[in-house]
Design a binder for this molecule. Structure first.
Ligand code: NAP
Ligand code: COA
Length: 277
């Protein structure tokens, strides 16, 4: 069978899909012919994303919604489904993060990241459930390596993303008999994104350490992640469910953990020097 990644006539919804990795994923699906819905908090981000996506697909919808607001997430799906029909591929990637030691992190700081990354993912999947195409709907959560690799300054994000990984597996169990597949992509450091610019590599030294932590000795690209999402959303991945798949140049391998920690330390010291809280 020839690989066919034509998404014409399909509806792809990317929550948190207006910037960075998730926007790269939305662009890739739109290029392959999908009707694309993107949603996030900022009206400016939503409008900018819609303008760029319209260059790739005639069918684009942007919705403003905060994943922490269960009802707003539900309304976003109502709106999108009224326009483009059931969701064939749902990508859930809204996230927030900052570098901070647990001993100085406020309760609200910890809760904020857990609310966006973990509770937000539950809201998105829970509200999407009845709108997913059956059979054949594919859900892709965007997680992160700190879900399974303990990293300093990442108590909030590591705990939240570990929850996202387990939610992925449990919903794959619960929803599999409905013909729905639930997977997660765990990106490594992806060049040009907020996660790398602000968190992993805010200085030349931190960037060198981040590259050095990857066995393939390069940062990832938006297309590296989008290509995996295109595959996971398609029938070619029809027997893959409940999987958390690293797309990281080998960075999650146990042997590189000390180098990852060095990258985290360099990034944290650079962000302190810049006076970031
Ligand atoms: P990003 O550009 O900041 O993307 C985050 C997106 O989520 C934005 O579109 C943001 O838009 C949206 N968002 C944030 N809070 C939200 C909320 N409460 N409700 C709705 N939408 C919200 O960051 P990124 O670096 O590309 O990261 C994207 C994903 O990849 C995240 O899940 C992250 O954990 C994961 N990841 C990234 C890397 C990396 O190298 N960058 C590595 C591993 C994992 P608004 O501000 O408009 O809401
Ligand atoms: N260090 C320590 N605490 C911090 C912090 C930092 N760098 N940034 C925020 N916080 C704390 C705040 O002090 C606040 O706690 P407090 O009320 O006890 O003071 C809490 O976190 C919430 O901050 P607030 O700015 O009100 O949250 P928000 O909802 O406006 O923004 C964030 C959420 C903080 C996660 C923000 O970084 C964000 O919106 N990020 C989205 C983009 C992103 O992070 N992308 C990368 C994805 S990997």
């Amino acid at each position: 069978m020839k690989i066919n990644l034509d998404y014409s006539g399909r509806h792809v919804f990317v929550f948190g899909g207006t910037t960075g990795i998730n926007f790269g994923v939305a662009q890739a699906f739109a290029r392959q012919g999908a009707a694309a819905t993107v949603a996030s908090r900022s009206e400016d981000n939503v409008n900018a994303a819609v303008t760029l996506l319209e260059e790739q697909s005639a069918q684009v919808l942007g919705v403003c919604a905060d994943v922490r607001n269960f009802d707003a997430v539900g309304q976003a799906f109502e709106h999108a489904v009224a326009r483009f029909g059931p969701v064939d591929v749902l990508v859930s990637g809204a996230a927030g993060n900052f570098l901070c030691e647990a001993s100085s992190m406020s309760s609200n700081g910890f809760r904020t990241v857990v609310d966006i990354d973990l509770v937000g993912t539950f809201h998105v999947l829970r509200q999407a459930h009845r709108h997913l195409r059956r059979p054949g709907g594919s859900v892709i959560n965007i997680t992160a390596p700190q879900a399974s690799i303990p990293m300093r300054y990442q108590a909030h994000c590591g705990a939240a993303k570990a929850g996202v990984d387990q939610l992925t597996r449990i919903l794959a169990l619960e929803w599999g008999s409905e013909g729905l597949r639930i997977n997660a992509i765990s990106p490594g450091p992806i060049d040009g994104t907020e996660g790398v610019r602000r968190l992993m590599a805010p200085s030349a030294e931190a960037r060198r350490a981040a590259v050095d932590a990857v066995p393939l000795k390069r940062l990832g690209t938006l297309d590296d992640i989008a290509n995996l999402a295109l595959f996971l959303g398609s029938p070619h991945a029809g027997y893959i469910s409940g999987a958390v798949i690293p797309c990281d140049g080998g960075g999650a391998l146990e042997s590189v953990k000390p180098t990852l920690e060095a990258a985290g330390r360099a990034a944290a010291s650079a962000s302190h020097e810049q006076g970031t809280r």
